[in-house]
Design a protein around this ligand. Sequence first.
Ligand SMILES: *Cc1c(COP(=O)(O)O)cnc(C)c1O
Length: 407
Amino acid sequence: MRTPSSGAAGIEVPPTAGLPLQWRDLLPGGPADLEARIAAWLDVPALQLECSGTASLVVALRTLAGRSSRRTVILPGYTCPLVALAVHHCGLRLKLCDQAPGHFDFDPQALEEACDDDTLAIVVTHLAGRVADTAFARRCAERCGAALIEDAAQALGARRQGRSVGLDGDIGFFSLAAGKGLSIYEGGLLLAREAGLRRALRETSDRTVGRHLGWEWRRSLELLGYAALYGPRGMRLAYGNPQRAALRAGDPVRAAGDDFSLDIPVHRVGRWRRGVGAKAAQRLPAFLDRAAARAARRLPRLQGLPGVEVLKDGPGEQGVWPFFMLVLPDTAARERALARLWGAGLGVGPLFVHTLPDYDYLRPIVEDADIPGARDFAARTLSVTNSHWLDDEGFETVCATIEQALR
Ligand SMILES: *Cc1c(COP(=O)(O)O)cnc(C)c1O
């Protein structure tokens, strides 16, 4: 694999369209009603703030496990490794389910077969800002007596028929991690349709999640660093250069940032970070609208790439557009495109490098599984940023380079 040694023209376009923070956001004081503001904008019942999307899932699983003797959680084979770590953290068994060809949705037959009387929950994922098929997963969950959890970590603001994702299942969660739309460096929001379950989630959190001054200090400093460096120049230093070093060292897992620690911090989010998020949240709806408009403008060019499929919204779906998810015609073309573009500073790379069983460091906790659809998806997909820092010229370079790789 060719590994570019520097970013294009000394800049680094972030891989996702994250909302940049402003210095005013960082001032202490003012309202810290982050959860209430987001809930009002999404028109959903109360949201519960946790210290990450992963921690939100931990609280959700602890709550469900406390009400049931079932112990298995069904996950898609291709998803964020942190999801597997959360299941493991809770002492639960994970079972991987294959995905439909060329898509991130579950393969319907595989999901039906995966469900049994030990299934505690099915985790359905709104990947890449797109709206997942929750209806089929819902029916499977109901039939086997399991809960449905919507992983909307990448989909804050996505709606179906005008209604926020996260309400079709029993529990949903959003991520406020660095690079995911709105960020307080690490944070997560839990959502539940039903008041009884909302109370139970709150109670689990009150009982099991404590303050941790060390972690909150660390996250506060990281948030300051993020606010200072999130942009085409700072990202070169903080993101692009380490990524290129990892690529040169032949470590794609590290380059993609998929090398998570097995320890999951679970602690309360402090008032200052909540305030930063609350202030930034006011700019989020307009920011997402601009990202959607940019995506609509750029989609035709990407869809015109021969043999390439771009994941998009179905009827009635209004996803969000942190990046574009491209499915290339074959693995070789995807590898050629990655060789030219990953590390080139243009916001192109794999979303996650592998399916869950194919990460060496996850071997102790994830058993191998027969998931050809998920493996094919992992090997053929490419993520192209929708950051406003990728200008039209940069976007055209990306498209022309992919075009060459397709030949
Ligand atoms: C990022 C991510 C998570 C975990 O969220 P964090 O806030 O980073 O802990 C879970 N699922 C998916 C699909 C993600 O992309």
